[in-house]
Design a protein around this ligand. Structure first.
Ligand code: HEC
Length: 146
C-alpha cells in the first residue's frame, strides 16, 4: 500500500503540477479549457496530497474536492467541443477526429470521481488509482507536448 501510494503521488505531481492556464495563451477557447484542466488538477492534488499523507485527512475538504472534480470532469466535452489551437496548447487533433473516444475518457474521469469514497483515508487511498488512471488514459491519447 505504501509503495503504491508513493508511485501514485509521483504520477499526481506530474499531472497536477500546473494549476492555471499556461502563460502566454492567446486563444480564449484554449484558455477556458486549460483553466478547466487546472481546476481538475487542483482538486486532484487536494485528494492526492491527503492520500499520500502530505496533508492531513479532512473528510469535508475531500468531499468538496470530489464534488468539484466530478463537476469539472462533466464539463470537459463542452469546453473541448469547438476546435481551437494555440502555440502553447498541448491538445492533439485526435480530440476532434475521435470525439466519441475523447468524450468516453471524460466520462471515465467523471465516473471515477463520482465513485471515490472519501469518508475515510483508507477508502480515499483505495480510490485514487482509478482517478489517476482516468487522467492518464485521456492524456496518453489526446494530450501531447509540442
Ligand atoms: C477527456 C480527456 C482528459 C482527461 C480525463 C483529463 N485530461 Fe488533463 N488535459 C487534457 C487535454 C487535451 C489537455 C491539453 C489542453 C490544451 O493544452 O489545450 C490537458 C491538460 C491538462 C493540464 C495542463 C493545463 C494547462 O494549463 O495547460 C493539467 C494540469 C491536467 N490536464 C490535469 C489533469 C488531471 C489531474 C486529470 C485527472 C484527474 C486530467 N487532466 C484528466 C485532457 C484530459
Amino acid at each position: 500500500m505504501r509503495f503504491a501510494a508513493k508511485a501514485l503521488i509521483a504520477t499526481l505531481t506530474l499531472t497536477a503540477g500546473i494549476a492555471l492556464a499556461k502563460e502566454g495563451v492567446q486563444d480564449p477557447t484554449v484558455k477556458i479549457r486549460m483553466d478547466l484542466m487546472g481546476t481538475v488538477g487542483q482538486n486532484t492534488k487536494i485528494l492526492g496530497d491527503m492520500a499520500g499523507d502530505k496533508a492531513p485527512f479532512d473528510a469535508a475538504a475531500a468531499e468538496a474536492a470530489k464534488t468539484a472534480l466530478a463537476a469539472a470532469a462533466a464539463q470537459i466535452p463542452a469546453v473541448f467541443e469547438t476546435e481551437a489551437d494555440d502555440p502553447v496548447s498541448e491538445a492533439r487533433p485526435e480530440i476532434w477526429m475521435n470525439t466519441e473516444g475523447f468524450v468516453e475518457k471524460a466520462k471515465g474521469l467523471e465516473t471515477a470521481a463520482g465513485a471515490i469514497d472519501v469518508s475515510s483515508l483508507a477508502s480515499l487511498q483505495a480510490g485514487m488509482g482509478a482517478i489517476a488512471g482516468a487522467c492518464k488514459a485521456c492524456h496518453s491519447d489526446f494530450r501531447a507536448k509540442k
